[in-house]
Ligand binder design. Sequence first.
Ligand code: SF4
Length: 82
Amino acid sequence: MSTQQIQVKLLRYKCIGCSYCVSLAPEIFSISVSDGKITFLFENAFDDDTIDAFFDSSIEPIAQQTENICPTGAIKCIMHKR
Ligand code: SF4
């Protein structure tokens, strides 16, 4: 049986810290206390240029919405079959 996961890539060097994504999906994203840019909720002091993580495909709709709402293209969602 194949399952799907979603890979969420954060191109942090593009982020302007507007928080639109955090407002939409506070259960996934956070603004880093280190540099004021997007990170994942579980990495709240991250400060490198990029970060990515895999999630259950159930978050795809909200993740896609954040990709669409981001004004700088800093969020990329990629579906993977396993
Ligand atoms: S919506 Fe985009 S620019 Fe705004 S905080 Fe999120 S990733 Fe950064």
